[in-house]
Ligand binder design. Structure first.
Ligand SMILES: NC(=O)c1ccc[n+]([C@@H]2O[C@H](COP(=O)([O-])OP(=O)(O)OC[C@H]3O[C@@H](n4cnc5c(N)ncnc54)[C@H](OP(=O)(O)O)[C@@H]3O)[C@@H](O)[C@H]2O)c1
Length: 323
């Protein structure tokens, strides 16, 4: 009954749609090999705490596609009657199947992949369909035309771009606007340690009124207390694939420890501080978090009730990170 009481909803750019300030991403922990009960608990737990936006991609797993299958099963079993309360996004562009149409930005890849995603998730439509990455070998007109078609054909309600370089983003946004399917949202990495968004890209999106969804706001778990006492066996860094052990150098861990002290002083966890920091950036519609257990989700939600960072705190964080 209290599902919507404690979540903040933020307008996505200058569109009509609002996003939950935190979204749940299914990149890790929702594949075929992961604990299916825990996956269900996380999706339900997120929704029951007011998270309305679930972020997927064709290739999430492992194996690729299996996170969509997990999500589709949960939707079918228990959340179908809430479909109208939930925003589902998926993407195409990274390697998905063999042969010349299995990745990148052709119309063939995007539309075929979206049809497969809908099937895997047991959905009639997704809310947001992203081009997952810029394809330098396919004309922007073709990729944007495919996004426009995805929307016009009813497969998606909105179009989005992910990880496009600033230099081509303006042109892509222009084409989408001209086609009559303005870009709703741009998805990019942004956190205290990785700030490439700031500058040209930020400016382009702001002027165009495009919303921002942020991925890896916790730097895949590095901006939490997860690694302060070594690498836990059940952590992402222990799998040593997307987050490499070598990323956790002694020097970085020292800086993370000092950030942890700043967080403690403010009466929050480091994960919560990292999210306060991301959500304090103008234009951010939602921070897409990953989680492997409900306790992490609950910890991350505490960011919503905290005071914004002062200029002194911002300065201290920069200094700690050597920026
Ligand atoms: N567009 C793109 O190209 C792109 C790229 C990457 C990600 N994404 C999207 O963004 C989503 C989030 O990315 P991400 O998983 O890298 O995000 P993240 O929030 O930076 O990292 C999530 C990981 O941090 C750890 N964690 C989370 N909360 C914690 C807490 N309170 N205390 C301690 N540890 C905590 C967990 O690690 P353990 O699993 O080790 O417990 C969790 O899996 C993805 O699921 C995906 O939807 C998109």
């Amino acid at each position: 009954m209290s599902r919507y009481d404690n979540m903040t909803y933020r307008r996505c750019g200058r569109s009509g749609i609002k996003l939950s300030a935190l979204s749940l991403g299914l990149w890790h922990n929702f594949g075929e090999e992961d604990d299916q009960n825990r996956a269900r608990e996380l999706v339900w737990g997120a929704f029951d705490r007011g998270i309305t936006h679930f972020d997927l991609a064709n290739n999430y797993g492992p194996p690729p596609g299996s996170a969509e299958i997990t999500f589709g099963r949960i939707m079918k079993e228990s959340l179908h009657s809430h479909r109208h309360e939930i925003l589902v996004s998926t993407k195409a562009g990274h390697p998905m199947w063999d042969g010349p149409y299995g990745d990148w930005g052709s119309r063939k890849h995007l539309i075929t992949s979206l049809d497969q995603s809908l099937k895997r998730m047991n959905l009639e439509y997704v809310d947001i369909f992203y081009s997952h990455r810029y394809d330098p070998d396919t004309p922007l007109e073709e990729t944007m035309g495919a996004l426009d078609y995805a929307v016009r054909s009813g497969r998606a309600l909105y179009a989005g771009l992910s990880k496009y370089p600033a230099q081509v983003t303006s042109q892509a946004l222009e084409i989408l606007k001209r086609l009559g399917t303005p870009c709703l949202v741009f998805q990019t990495r942004y956190n205290m340690m990785e700030r490439e968004l700031e500058g040209m890209l930020d400016h382009i999106l702001d002027v165009a009124g495009v919303g921002l969804t942020i991925f890896s706001p916790l730097a895949q778990g590095m901006l939490t207390d997860r690694y302060l006492k070594g690498i836990p066996e059940d952590s992402r860094a222990a799998r040593n694939h997307f987050l490499k052990r070598e990323n956790l150098s002694d020097e970085k861990l020292l800086r993370i420890g000092r950030l942890n002290e700043v967080a403690r002083r403010r009466g929050q966890s480091l994960a919560s501080l990292a999210l306060t920091w991301v959500l304090g950036h103008p234009g951010v519609g939602s921070a897409i978090i990953g989680a492997s257990r409900i306790a992490q989700l609950e910890d991350n939600l505490t960011a919503l009730g905290t005071s914004p960072l002062s200029d002194e705190e911002q300065g201290e964080i920069k200094k700690i990170l050597g920026l």
